[in-house]
Every structure is written in C-alpha cells, then in structure tokens.
Design a protein around this ligand. Structure first.
Ligand SMILES: C[S@@+](CC[C@H](N)C(=O)[O-])C[C@H]1O[C@@H](n2cnc3c(N)ncnc32)[C@H](O)[C@@H]1O
Length: 406
C-alpha cells in the first residue's frame, strides 16, 4: 500500500541513513552512473578543476539521457526512491481539484501542471474536475524530462482514456494571457541550488572537484554576483552565525517571474516542503537542508552514485512570495499541507468512502494520515497560492492563513 510508511519513505523522512549502509546499484545502473561521472569530470577539467555545486546538481538530475530525472529508472512510489503526495493517495489530487475548480469557475480556461512526475496527479486532478463538472479546456503539462513525459502519456492513456484528448504536453511556457490554474507539486525542491558557507566576515561558495576517492567539496570565494547579493541579504535579515552552511535557489526568482509574465488571470499553486525564511535560515539549521534519496532512504551525500539518486533542498517560501510580488502577483494564501487538505474537503472524501467498504476505508484513512500528520507530510509541506485577478477566498486557504510568517 503506497501510504504505508513502514515500507516507504516520503520525500521528508524522519531519519537520515548512513551512506555506507545503502544498497548497491545493479550493474546496468552503476554503468549509467559511471558515464555521468565521466561527463562531470570532463566538465570539471574544462572549468579548471571545479564547478559550482549548482552545476553539479543540475547535471546529476537533468543531464540528457543520464541525469536522475532524464534516465529511465523508476523514481516515484514504492518501487522507486521516494514517495510524493500524489503517489501516497488520490485524496491529494482530489482535494487540489476543489481549489482549482473555484478558480476555473472565475476564469474558465486551462490547467498547466509543471513537472508532472509519473502523471499520477494529472490523473487524479483531471478525473476529479470531471466529477465536479469543472473540466478545463486543456490540461497542459510542462515536463523537462523526456523520459517522464513518456511515462505520463502512458499512465494518462491507461487510466484516463476518456479525457486524454484534453491533455497536451508543452515544450515551453504558453504565450502571455494564460487563464486558469498553473500548479507544481515538489518541483521547486528539484531545482539546482548553490551552497554557501558563512564564515563570520565573508562567505565561501561550495564547488565540486574531483578528489582521490571521487567527487569532493571545494570552498572558494563566491564567484557569482547574484549569489553574493543573496548571501548579503540573508546575513542582514537572519543573523547567521559563523560556520553556517546552507543553500540558495537562484533559479527560483527567474522561474516565478517568467511564469507570472504568462499568467493573465488565475492562480499559480505551489506545493513543496520548506519554510518561511527565518525558519529556513534559523541559526540551528546550521548545515542546510540538502538531502538525497535512494531507494526509500534519505541521506546527506550528494556525491554517491551521480544520476542514481535524487538530490533536493527545501524551499524558502519567503523567496517565493517576494519573487511573486515583484512579478505583480498577489500572495493570496500560504498554509501547511494539512490545513490545505482539511479546508479542501478531505474529511468529506474520507467519509464518502466508508463505512460500506471497510478495507478501502482503512487504506484511505492510513493514506490521509501520511498526508496530514505533522511527523509525516502535514506540517513540513506548504501550499502557496499566487494569483492575478482572482476573488478570495480560495478553498484550501480559509481555515489557517500563515502569510504573516513569510
Ligand atoms: C520531485 S519530482 C515531483 C514529481 C510530481 N510533481 C510529483 O509530485 O510526484 C520533480 C519533477 O519536476 C520536474 N522538473 C524539475 N524542474 C522543472 C522545470 N523547470 N519545469 C518543469 N518540470 C521540472 C522533474 O523532471 C520531475 O518530474
């Protein structure tokens, strides 16, 4: 059962594993990793001995044909490396559908999902919008992994054949004037980040070099002016202690700004694990949030088997809100996943499932716990609604409003 946390790990597990205890990859997978490692070594040599960590992470996740999301291994669900909310339960997509329906009733138009993973959320969300009598004109998917695009097409053809004509895969953002809902679940955490070390008077940037036993960290003076500016702002706002190590996602602002430029009327809904800035860059979180997932185990070594494991960082939701406001969007809601799902009708969906089929009901109740409990996905995952021209209130954001934390 996907939601059974005795056998699966969501992307925010409670326990970090020792990399030495992880299972070995099969030989075909190890060969892929070696090929990617070779490509990274060549790039390091061409760069004079080291590349920024963000470039290393980008190659590990997205190098064509070899990166974690670009190559053909199973990533999501019980047979993969981690479990996302849509893989835990259809309840997630069905609840999201209620917020989407409220916006689509105002705007008409389309839905655009970024980074659709296995396609599971698209199946559940579009299916529920049909039940609610609120189908979008088109359900667009913008997915940067060609391999995942293929898997999404297969899943949607198999599980939602009646609506497949509405689903369109895009290879770039739609033109300006988009009306409807744009959404992304766990996409921001899959963007390459920079890593820095605050030393008390100045900062160093982490690079990746090749050492005797594989890739290794190298600290160098900060090379990128945008990174230096971002660190300066953080130091001023958060009083980081000397020795503090963390990450900054420099792609986040440009990504939100480019999407905001296309959103004529509607909502951009982002769901991910993360914190408001003062919690993210809290003095006690002094080694950052960088995390790797390999076969349902979380650990902290990004140099292990490049291309075979996921590498992620939490999301600074204050940065999301700032980028959205700078791009002319309204931050219409910010809350935890638990409150979002409760306010989107999760209880009603559960009740509707029982008590006639008690096995199905118990399974669903277990899945709901994984989505909702504070120690699972309920608290660390946040939902933020960024809108243009939409009348509040939005389902999902009426019960608890955490915008004052941003
Ligand atoms: C952690 S997975 C989440 C998948 C899915 N949303 C889910 O919740 O199961 C991250 C997904 O985002 C995609 N991705 C990352 N950056 C992207 C971008 N800039 N545009 C579109 N997709 C992106 C990846 O290829 C992958 O499908």
């Amino acid at each position: 059962m996907p939601g059974n946390t005795a056998t699966t790990a969501t992307t925010v597990p409670g326990r970090m594993h020792n990399p030495d205890d992880l299972p070995q990859p099969a030989s075909a997978a190890a060969a892929l990793s070696e090929a990617l490692g070779g490509q990274i070594v060549r790039e390091i040599e061409a760069a004079g001995g080291a590349i920024p960590f963000s470039r290393y992470m980008e190659l590990c996740l997205y190098a064509p044909g070899l990166g974690y999301y670009s190559a053909g291994q199973r990533k999501f669900g019980t047979g993969g490396d981690f479990v996302t909310a849509p893989e835990v339960s259809a309840l997630f997509g069905r609840c999201l559908a209620r917020g989407c329906a409220a916006v689509l009733q105002q705007t008409g138009g389309d839905v655009l999902e970024f980074g659709a993973g296995s396609g599971r959320l698209a199946v559940d969300l579009l299916g529920e919008l049909d039940v609610l009598g609120c189908l979008p004109r088109q359900y667009y998917i913008l997915e940067r992994s060609a391999d995942l695009q293929q898997r999404q097409q297969q899943l949607l053809r198999r599980e939602l054949p009646r609506l497949i004509e509405r689903v369109v895969w895009l290879d770039r953002l739609p033109p300006a004037g988009f009306r409807g809902v744009m959404l992304a679940n766990e996409v921001l955490d899959a963007m390459a980040v920079e890593r820095f070390h605050w030393k008390g008077a100045a900062a160093a940037q982490y690079f990746v070099a090749q050492g005797m036993a594989g890739f290794e960290w190298r600290e160098q003076p900060v090379e990128s002016p945008p990174l230096q500016a971002a660190i300066d702002r953080l130091v001023a706002a958060c009083q980081l202690p000397a020795g503090y190590v963390s990450e900054i996602n420099l792609s986040l602002g440009p990504w939100i700004s480019s999407i905001a430029g296309r959103l004529g009327e509607g909502m951009l809904l982002l769901v991910d694990y993360g914190y408001a800035r003062d919690e993210y860059y809290h003095p006690q979180r002094s080694s950052g949030t960088l995390m790797c997932h390999y076969r349902q185990r979380a650990h902290a070594d990004p140099f292990l088997w490049p291309g075979l494991q996921d590498i992620t960082a939490h999301v600074d939701f204050t940065a999301v809100a700032e980028a959205a406001s700078a791009a002319g969007l309204t931050v219409s809601g910010y809350t935890s996943q638990a409150w979002f799902l409760l306010d989107s009708g999760l209880e009603g969906l559960l009740q509707a499932a029982g008590p006639t089929d008690s096995v199905a009901y118990l399974q669903l109740a277990q899945q709901a716990k994984t989505l909702m409990l504070p120690g699972e996905m309920g608290e660390r995952f946040k939902c933020i609604a960024l809108t243009r021209g939409i009348e509040p209130p939005l389902p999902g954001f009426r019960m608890q409003d955490f915008r004052c934390r941003l």
